[in-house]
Ligand binder design. Structure first.
Ligand SMILES: Cc1cc2nc3c(=O)[nH]c(=O)nc-3n(C[C@H](O)[C@H](O)[C@H](O)COP(=O)(O)OP(=O)(O)OC[C@H]3O[C@@H](n4cnc5c(N)ncnc54)[C@H](O)[C@@H]3O)c2cc1C
Length: 504
């Protein structure tokens, strides 16, 4: 039997510092050298449908159709903790009957064919969805449409019109050749695609300056079973619902985004980096809330995340000095804050903080797309990492953070599971910010425990007036928490051809 990689990205190792390893060993009661999973799932035996293969080949060409079982499994799941854990345990989601990778010209005839045969499809970008948006409930034949061949590229008047299949870093490099940037830097940039960004209403790490994806996309091209909607190329349009508006947050349900017109910026000439330790979470929030000019990236770790960052930094004279300064100042819950911008004038120093200079911000940026590989290291050792994020008004932020951590800890103890939780604030607005929780557990009953923890934390977000997600999109895993009336209204846009995300 063959096996496929389930974990994020394509790297197999990520270096973790000795102190962090010791901390993980002690929290989770494991031995770092004892790997229990290679991060792969066996490919199950699947029924083969020769008729479907022939029919699809007649429409798009044989080379664009795959009936390979490994490819079919690969295109049937995303990277939520629940999906990965299920596969680790040998439990499979619904698996598509074929994978098709059409060219742009194939799309109208492919839609017509699927409609005529009542075949449903899911749309697959980079597969980095973290809330189950790719999962589907089977009702008849279902294929995956992979957008990997949709690679249009036109640059005009600071707008890049691009195919939805461009992967983030690939597109960024292409634009950099002409001196431009998308300004959209999600942590998943190595694997996530333009179409996925739009369909999940994603936010990049420098959204304070560049805006989130809805601020970058000025138009889209949407292919549906009932027609094709395409926005004209213009800086802005005021004509009600455009293809762009329907595409944003559509999660594969309202049509296939084939192209997008994205605002691009000139590459910055210089980058500025500063890092500070602030007294505690509350004083950091106070500082961020009162910022006159918000730097492109501001990120404050809570005390738990700050301590983990220290532990995962090579022991050095500099680190010992920082620890001495922190205790000298009597900071009992020190929080690391980093700032990055293309304009020095937007960076200021928080009051009563310890300046750490450029280094932590520079190394954070250097490693920013590699850090997810730490999660893979945990998976391989039987630890389940997860994230939940929301946005909160400044007034509610402290309490939302405190209560979420408290709920996690209470439930963890009640369920007698090992784990930790840490958090940071990023994506700032004058009104509030994103509050991002990273947590991990080790338990004998992972699926039940992780689902219960997630649900309790999400209910806490909602009870504080916050949404279930700031930038990950709800997917099938969170849809039950969404307002029914809103879902009913949204359902008017659902294209019956697309099966993704219909488990709710
Ligand atoms: C390690 C890691 C870090 C992450 N960091 C960030 C981050 O910094 N910011 C952020 O916003 N998110 C982040 N995410 C979440 C995820 O990367 C985003 O949701 C991303 O936008 C998904 O893109 P994708 O191409 O992988 O989409 P997929 O996972 O393939 O699909 C997601 C949804 O979009 C739909 N879809 C995909 N392409 C199309 C299309 N062309 N037309 C219509 N529907 C489509 C799919 O059907 C599905 O419903 C992260 C995820 C991981 C695993």
């Amino acid at each position: 039997m063959s096996a496929i990689r389930v974990l994020y990205g394509d790297r197999d190792t990520y270096g973790v510092q000795k102190s962090a390893v010791e901390e993980i060993e002690s929290i989770f009661g494991i031995k770092w050298n004892a790997m229990i999973w290679d991060g792969k799932a066996e490919v199950p035996d699947l029924p083969d449908d020769a008729q479907l293969e022939n029919d699809l080949s007649a429409v798009v060409g044989r080379e664009k159709v795959s009936m390979d079982h490994a490819a079919r499994l690969k295109h049937s799941f995303g990277l939520s903790s629940i999906e990965v854990e299920m596969l680790r345990e040998g439990k499979y989601p619904e698996i598509v009957d074929a994978v098709v990778e059409p060219d742009k010209e194939d799309l109208p005839k492919l839609m017509a064919f699927l409609k005529s045969k009542n075949i449903r499809s899911i749309i697959y970008g980079g597969g980095t969805s973290v809330n189950g948006s790719i999962l589907f409930r089977r009702s008849g034949k279902t294929i995956a449409i992979s957008v990997g061949r949709l690679k249009e590229f036109r640059l005009l008047e600071n707008i890049a019109t691009v195919g939805s299949g461009w992967k983030g870093l690939e597109l960024e490099r292409k634009l950099n050749e002409s001196g431009y940037t998308t300004g959209h830097f999600p942590e998943s940039i190595l694997s996530s695609t333009v179409g996925g960004w739009i369909a999940t209403k994603a936010a990049g790490q420098e959204s304070n300056y560049y805006g989130s994806i809805e601020n970058r996309v000025v138009g889209a091209s949407l292919v549906r079973s009932d027609g094709h909607l395409e926005d004209v190329l213009s800086p802005r349009e005021s004509s009600g619902l455009m293809a762009r508006d329907i595409a944003l947050g559509s999660e594969g349900r309202f049509g296939l985004i084939s192209e997008a017109a994205i605002k691009v910026d000139r590459l910055p000439v210089t980058r500025y980096y500063r890092s500070f330790i602030v007294r505690d979470f509350a004083s950091g929030i106070h500082y961020m809330r009162n910022l006159d000019k918000i730097p492109a990236l501001v990120r404050m770790s809570d005390a738990a995340e700050t301590e983990f960052s220290f532990k995962n930094t090579a022991e050095s004279f500099g680190l010992r000095y920082v620890r001495r300064r922190i205790s000298g100042k009597g900071f009992r819950e020190p929080c690391l804050m980093i700032m990055i911008d293309n304009d020095q004038n937007r960076i200021t120093r928080p009051e009563n903080s310890i300046s750490l200079g450029r280094f932590p911000a520079v190394t954070w940026e250097r490693d920013r797309y590699e850090r997810p590989y730490l999660g893979n290291e945990l998976w391989k050792r039987g630890i389940v990492p997860d994230t939940l994020e929301t946005s909160a008004l400044w007034t509610n932020m402290l309490e939302l953070h405190r209560s979420t951590v408290e709920i996690f800890e209470k439930m963890r103890k009640e369920r007698e599971i090992r784990g930790f939780i840490m958090s940071h604030i990023s994506h700032l607005y004058k009104q509030g910010a994103c509050v991002y929780f990273t947590f991990a557990i080790r338990s004998d009953n992972v699926l039940e425990d992780i689902s219960a923890l997630r649900d309790a934390m999400l209910e806490n977000f909602i009870s504080h007036g916050s949404p279930v997600t700031h930038h990950h999109s709800p997917g099938t895993l969170m849809r039950k928490f969404e307002n029914r009336e809103k879902l009913n209204m949204q359902s008017k846009f659902i294209d019956p051809l697309f099966a993704g995300g219909d488990i709710y």
